[in-house]
Design a protein around this ligand. Structure first.
Ligand code: F1P
Length: 346
């Protein structure tokens, strides 16, 4: 995250360094619709961006799996802006989605990690995440770096569009500077996360629930667990639970709740009560100092308080660590999980 932000924040000068995107900011400001395409973790970062662009810049956003979009006959044209997200910059489905959108006249922006990659070259402009290579196959720092860059783009767009005040703008940028330190603080809880991982090493299923900006984080937590530990895991918006997944809850089901103190807090508390009433085993990610949730649940992992808009950057870290420790305890090769490729080029 630090590398992704270094040199980009210049709140006093009133502008952000967003690489080639700086010249195109007016296109984003005027956009009636943004279509975001990506696969896997990159798609989850896109879902976070949907909340950010809608909330801050009041732009309609659609987030598409590139692997579906490319085979549909999507309604897309010259008034649309497509943002393609990819760590490797080589994912075949994302590249094909870009080519399709381009052939219909859309403008394509990229958020890629690898400089000069095929996707970066296929776009009209973009901002690199500059997060360095992922050592393992599963995206982890790619997610936080993508979300950081997308947050900056949404903030810059909103500022120029006038949909956020100067005060909110400065507040968000100042808080972004605090994020690397807050992520470090989560790492100080590593021992506790390891103990929880030990208890659930041989769980057969997991459910992850979150609301708002924490919903894509729940999806990402479930994906990380699947990818590196091979445990079946599902992520849902917490409010969807009653529409089906609640049938799965019993005393053998670990349920990870993203329950940080934000605008969904009260609702998530009642979702936790619903799960506890059915004897689910709840692991709650809460904001430091929360005294309401801990007595209600089985395990608690605290994260530092941040601005609601920036929550995913902090709340995803304990989920990545939990997956990591469970995978290591199960003897998995976390850097090279079975069946996964670093870039899916076919
Ligand atoms: C997308 C992705 C990763 C996933 C795995 C396979 O890659 O689905 O999110 O962790 O490595 O590829 P990319 O387009 O972001 O490089």
């Amino acid at each position: 995250i630090g590398d992704s932000m270094r040199g980009r924040l210049n709140a006093e000068a009133g502008h952000l360094q967003l690489g080639g995107l700086n010249q195109y900011l007016d296109r984003l400001v005027a956009a009636e619709r943004i279509v975001i395409v990506g696969c896997g973790t990159s798609w989850h970062a896109g879902l976070v961006a949907e909340y950010l662009f809608e909330e801050l810049a009041r732009i309609n956003v659609e987030v598409e799996y590139a692997s579906e979009f490319r085979y549909r006959n999507p309604v897309i044209g010259k008034n649309d802006i497509v943002i393609a997200i990819s760590q490797s910059g080589e994912t075949a489905d994302t590249l094909a989605a870009i080519e399709l959108a381009k052939s219909k006249g859309a403008t394509i922006f990229g958020v890629c990690n690898v400089v000069g990659s095929s996707i970066a070259r296929a776009t009209d402009a973009g901002a690199y995440t500059h997060a360095g290579p992922e050592i393992g196959v599963a995206s982890t720092k790619a997610f936080t770096a993508q979300v950081t860059v997308l947050t900056l783009i949404a903030i810059a767009t909103a500022k120029r569009k006038g949909t956020i005040s100067e005060e909110t703008y400065i507040q968000l940028l100042n808080e972004l500077e605090n994020i690397p330190e807050k992520v470090e603080q989560v790492f100080e809880n590593a021992q506790k996360i390891k103990e929880i991982a030990f208890i659930f090493t041989y769980a057969r299923n997991f459910i992850y629930l979150g609301r708002g900006l924490n919903f894509p984080v729940a999806l990402e937590g479930a994906l990380k667990l699947k990818e590196i530990s091979y445990i079946h895991a599902e992520g849902y918006p917490a409010a969807e639970m009653k529409h089906g997944p609640i049938a799965l809850i019993d005393e053998d089901m670990p349920v990870v709740f993203l329950a940080t103190k934000d605008s969904s807090y009260e609702k998530i508390v009642s979702n936790i009560q619903e799960v506890k009433a059915r004897k689910g085993r709840v692991i709650a990610i809460v904001t430091e100092g929360d005294s309401l949730i801990p007595p209600m649940v089985d395990f608690v992992i605290e994260v530092p308080k941040t601005h609601e808009i920036l929550t995913p950057l902090v709340s995803v870290i304990p989920l990545q660590l939990l997956s990591y420790y469970i995978a290591v305890m199960r003897g998995r090769n976390v850097d090279q999980p079975r069946n996964l490729a670093k870039s899916v080029t076919v």
